[in-house]
Design a protein around this ligand. Structure first.
Ligand code: UD1
Length: 346
């Protein structure tokens, strides 16, 4: 018997698709919503190949209240929602801020209104370590002050957290939310049937690494080596996407077991910071591929160093990461190779 229906917005996306798989493995019945603006239907095929069953997917936009209502009407007994659906390209958000505010903030507000109408009171929200800005002290805990966002994208995450906080303190909402502040998700499912699918030139480090190693990009540029870090390159906390996906499952369980406060925040990372060069070397070491990289100028808006204190997620959610950086890199490479196999077959 299923532990309950969980609506997963953005369920065909990178983190969403991995979470759908982990939800099923944990006994839940996920229902996907996606508008495929930054994902492909092939993700659904990948999920099906892993689980040996199809997952229902409603192709709608989360800013469309009428369409959302129809899904809630059609799918009786939704126990909770995991809201991934959002745009996430930092640079694009600077150029098109309204697109980001409309989609990221608009979809959360619409979703919360429809959830309340249908008496669905449990929400897991995709937040980001970007809310900490350039932190004064490392590692960052959930008490580390939130700072002015560096980009409209970052601001949408901050505003969405504030919306959830305001709702929680309004005293007249039954909705409980857990906001997971992701550090840097990387890697892919060990089956190599789902993974990150950047449309166009990747913005993020790991897809750029794997595409360079695969010969799709000629060279990768390391954005700056004059930061105040051991090798001068930026520090991030790279968390395997399957570990991150599992954090959503434990968050949902906490909500359904009625253990959560009206709003809770958790850092989801490994607790370890790695430089860009360490990440590149971990990739090379794990896969045996030599990467063609060069050092270039800093990228505007980059945070010099950030990594998580994950004590709260460990103690309260029982969250534990199990994958090393090298394992994550190997899985990202396996995924890249499987993408090429598929392209070759077409
Ligand atoms: C940022 C945000 C994160 C957000 C994500 C969405 C922070 C700390 N993180 O991640 O919250 O969810 O964008 O996309 O603000 N790099 C290179 N060369 C490349 C690509 C990246 O050197 O070609 C370096 C970057 O300078 C950075 C690291 O790799 O130091 C990771 O970059 P990226 O994968 O883009 O993620 P963040 O910028 O950390």
């Amino acid at each position: 018997m299923s532990k309950g229906k969980i609506l997963v917005t953005g369920g065909a996306g990178y983190i969403g698709s991995h979470t759908v798989v982990e939800l099923v493995e944990a006994g839940f019945e996920p229902i996907i919503i996606d508008n495929f603006s930054n994902s492909k239907e092939s993700a659904l095929e990948g999920i099906k190949a892993i689980l040996h069953k199809s997952i229902i997917c409603h192709t709608i936009d989360c800013t469309d209240a009428a369409a959302l209502r129809k899904v809630f009407e059609q799918e009786q007994d939704i126990q909770g929602v995991i809201h991934f659906a959002a745009y996430k390209a930092v640079g694009e958000s600077v150029e098109e801020p309204l697109k980001y505010y409309h989609n990221n903030v608009g979809s959360l507000v619409t979703l919360l209104q429809v959830m309340a109408e249908f008496k669905v009171f449990n929400l897991v929200f995709s937040s980001s370590c970007t809310v900490y800005g350039i932190p004064e002290k490392l590692p960052v805990t959930e008490q580390t002050p939130v700072q002015k966002a560096n980009s409209p994208y970052g601001n949408t995450k901050k505003i969405c957290e504030e919306i959830l906080t305001d709702l929680a303190s309004s005293g007249n909402s039954n909705i409980k939310s857990i906001a997971l502040r992701y550090f840097n998700p990387i890697g892919a499912h060990p089956s190599a049937k789902i993974g990150e699918l950047p449309l166009g030139v990747p913005n993020n480090l790991v897809p750029f690494i794997t595409q360079t190693a695969a010969g799709i990009r000629e060279q990768i540029t390391v954005f700056g080596n004059d930061y105040d870090t051991p090798d001068g390159t930026c520090i991030r906390d790279y968390v395997h996407v399957v570990d991150l996906a599992k954090a959503h499952v434990v968050a949902v369980e906490r909500l359904l077991q009625n253990k959560a406060e009206s709003i809770e925040f958790y850092n989801v990372g490994t607790g370890t910071g790695n430089t860009v060069l360490e990440a590149i070397h971990a990739f090379e070491h794990a896969t045996g591929q030599k990467l063609n990289y060069k050092i270039g100028p800093r990228r505007a808006g980059d945070v010099p160093k950030i990594y998580a204190d994950v004590t709260k997620a460990t103690e309260v959610l029982g969250f534990k990461t199990t994958s090393t950086l090298e394992e994550a890199m190997q899985s990202a490479w396996d995924w890249q190779l499987s993408l090429q196999d598929n392209t070759a077959k077409v």
